[in-house]
Design a protein around this ligand. Structure first.
Ligand code: NAD
Ligand code: WQD
Length: 340
């Protein structure tokens, strides 16, 4: 009995594979390495002492996916595989709709044909847009996301709800807030490709001198220091939530349709300048920055009410912002040793 982890060599996927292996799940990874590298597989093995089965192919290749399902008894899937760059999604909308939705549909076809249940989907707080009240709970109104990327997440949720209703399946939609940090071993983390869009990778590259200054996008928001607020969740905590969600789905023996939705965040908002300060304190480095105009499409404030995950999954975030930012910096230093 195995769990299929698509995108299992990616940032959140690789951390989740470690947690699954540590909890004695058999793991099968499909990842086309479009946003990862093979050494991540070796590092997963170094951390856990176990080597997951790995298939390097694009999930849009239905025939290869079919063979994986033929070769293994798959009991569930955690579907991380997707393209995730917000800016790029505006420039290449068809690539994003195709990759993020066809891959999902291909896996669900196999699930339907083989009568498999237990599906976990990586969704995002982006589906809430600028919510009317904070903290955001799962019943908050969904708004059409600004980006094509965000729309693929909202559409993915709809596909899955229809799938669950039609075939009496058990699905779980996990809406991540802002994942940050790296594995405490420093062997896993987010791989930077090009100029980072996200705050923490940009902060790290500024601290190392790859970037001259951090551009702080706007200090005229209606927040205490004027900079925008997000809920930064440590990636290992996030990974653990997947194991809890999977265990909940798998121990639910009811034949009824199940659609679980959970916010995964810390419940606490931090401003851009608070993140910079926490990074500087955690790592005793300085991060030069300049205040710039707001970034188009940004919202002012988003942080989670994650109490449903605590009540129903027995999960909550445990790691502080500073601790998480320390692991991020250690990962950056590890990457430098690899490239030197
Ligand atoms: P990531 O890019 O690091 O990982 C995704 C992995 O999927 C990569 O290893 C990539 O090679 C693989 N992949 C992509 N398309 C594929 C395909 N067609 N076939 C096979 N493999 C494919 O991204 P991540 O940050 O780990 O995010 C994982 C999931 O969580 C994504 O679905 C993302 O949209 C979602 N998410 C991420 C964030 C975030 O800020 N990182 C926030 C909310 C939701
Ligand atoms: C955080 C804050 C920026 C970079 C993204 C995706 C969203 C979801 C979560 C996946 C904002 C500010 C950033 C910089 C800055 N991901 N910032 N200078 O905007 O919450 O959303 O991650 O589903 O879809 O869009 O995250 O890390 O880009 O920005 O001032 O160089 O940091 O303006 O306030 P965001 P982020």
């Amino acid at each position: 009995m195995a769990i299929l982890v698509t995108g299992g060599l990616g940032y959140i996927g690789s951390h989740t594979v470690v947690e699954l292996l540590n909890n004695n799940f058999e793991v099968i990874i499909v990842d086309d390495l479009s946003n990862s590298e093979k050494f991540i597989l070796n590092n997963i093995q170094e951390i856990t002492g176990k080597k997951p089965i790995f298939y390097p192919f694009d999930l849009r290749r239905k025939e290869l996916l079919h063979q994986v399902f033929d070769a293994h008894t798959i009991e569930g899937c955690i579907n991380f595989a997707a393209y995730k760059a917000v800016g790029e999604s505006q420039e290449k909308p068809l690539d994003y709709y195709e990759n993020n939705l066809f891959t999902l549909i291909n896996i669900l076809q196999e699930f339907k044909n083989r009568n498999i249940s237990n599906f976990i989907f990586s969704s995002s707080c982006t589906v809430y847009g600028q919510a009317d009240k904070m903290p955001i709970d799962e019943s908050a109104l969904l708004k059409t996301p600004e980006s094509v990327y965000g729309k693929t997440k909202q559409m993915g949720e709809e596909v899955l709800k229809d799938f669950a209703n039609a075939y009496h399946s058990k699905i779980c939609l996990l809406r991540y807030f802002n994942p940050i940090g790296a594995h405490p071993s420093s062997l896993l983390g987010e791989l930077p490709i090009g100029v980072p869009n996200n705050l923490v990778p940009y902060v790290m590259q500024t601290a190392t001198g790859i970037r001259e200054k951090l551009n702080v996008w706007g200090n005229d928001y209606n927040t205490e220091d004027g900079t925008a607020i997000r809920d930064y969740i440590y990636v290992v905590d996030l990974a653990k939530a997947h194991v809890a969600a999977l265990q909940k789905l798998m121990t639910n023996t009811s034949v009824e349709t199940t659609i679980d939705i959970f916010n995964l965040g810390t419940g606490k908002g931090s401003s851009v300048l608070e993140v910079v300060e926490a990074f500087e304190k955690a790592n005793s480095v300085s991060v030069p920055y300049q205040i710039c105009d707001r970034r188009e499409g940004d919202i002012e404030i988003a942080y989670a009410d994650a109490s449903k995950a605590e009540q129903e999954l027995g999960w909550k975030s445990e790691t502080t912002l500073q601790e998480a930012l320390k692991t991020a910096w250690n990962w950056q230093k590890y990457l430098e040793t690899k490239t030197n």
